[in-house]
Design a protein around this ligand. Structure first.
Ligand SMILES: Cc1cc2nc3c(=O)[nH]c(=O)nc-3n(C[C@H](O)[C@H](O)[C@H](O)COP(=O)(O)OP(=O)(O)OC[C@H]3O[C@@H](n4cnc5c(N)ncnc54)[C@H](O)[C@@H]3O)c2cc1C
Length: 206
């Protein structure tokens, strides 16, 4: 009878990474996947004959450097292609804008549509630059703390996280900023034709 130390259910990228680390630790591991392809939501599939696309996830956001290194993903063929423009955003009135890697270029696009949004985009970028620099050490720590713990520690003092030590965070940066955005959105709901679109979904993950 075949025996195994660990069974991983689901061959999405998290299941696959976990299985690789388990195998590296010397245990036998069996990955069970219900679909005929592995990769979960981070998979390339031929949706139409000759057209291979990423079926769900469209952007690599949070690959941990240690996973990339440990699993020798470069040697196994992983290559990165930065996309530029990052997004094409059609508006209901047939206008559109692109989100480029170059912030100024994106601002120029937004200014054509609604000038205050161009300035807001710059502030939005500064917010995410700060938020990402504070959050990244948590996300990349060997044992990321739960979000509530992060928020509590930010409210009290500079957070520490495993071997990583983040610089002091303004208390409740996340909550303050998101509530401010909610206020802006509800106080001037019709001012902007581009509010809620664009960079938000990618959150400048780097
Ligand atoms: C539409 C969409 C767009 C996204 N875009 C991005 C993006 O651009 N960038 C980004 O970083 N993240 C993106 N995400 C999020 C990202 O795809 C997920 O965080 C990631 O796929 C989670 O990986 P996972 O391995 O935990 O789960 P999944 O990728 O969901 O994989 C789970 C796997 O388990 C299998 N499975 C489930 N149940 C069973 C079972 N009972 N038996 C056997 N197999 C089972 C499934 O078939 C699947 O293969 C997006 C998600 C969606 C849905």
């Amino acid at each position: 009878m075949r025996t195994t130390d660990v069974i991983v259910i689901g061959a999405g990228h998290n299941g696959l990474v976990a299985a690789c680390y388990i195998a590296r630790a010397g245990l036998s591991v069996l990955v069970l996947e219900r679909r005929p392809v592995v990769g979960g939501a981070a998979v390339t599939e031929e949706l139409m004959p000759g057209v291979r696309v990423s079926a769900a996830s469209y952007s690599l956001s949070l690959l941990r450097p240690d996973v990339y290194r440990d699993l020798e993903l470069a040697r196994h063929g992983l290559a990165f292609t930065p996309k530029d423009p990052q997004m094409f955003v059609p508006l209901p009135d047939e206008r559109h804008f692109f989100v480029w890697r170059d912030e100024t270029r994106t601002q120029d696009e937004l200014a054509r549509i609604h000038r205050p949004d161009a300035e807001a985009y710059r502030r939005w970028g500064r917010f995410w630059d700060e938020a990402v620099s504070l959050l990244r050490p948590f996300a990349e720590s060997p044992s990321p703390p739960p979000p509530l713990e992060v928020e509590r520690s930010w409210g009290a003092a500079a957070p520490t996280c495993g071997a990583s030590r983040s610089r002091a965070a303004p208390p409740s940066l996340w909550r303050r900023s998101s509530s401010r955005m909610r206020c802006e959105a509800s106080s001037r709901p019709r001012e902007s034709s581009v509010r809620g679109r664009g960079r938000g979904s990618q959150a400048r993950p780097g």
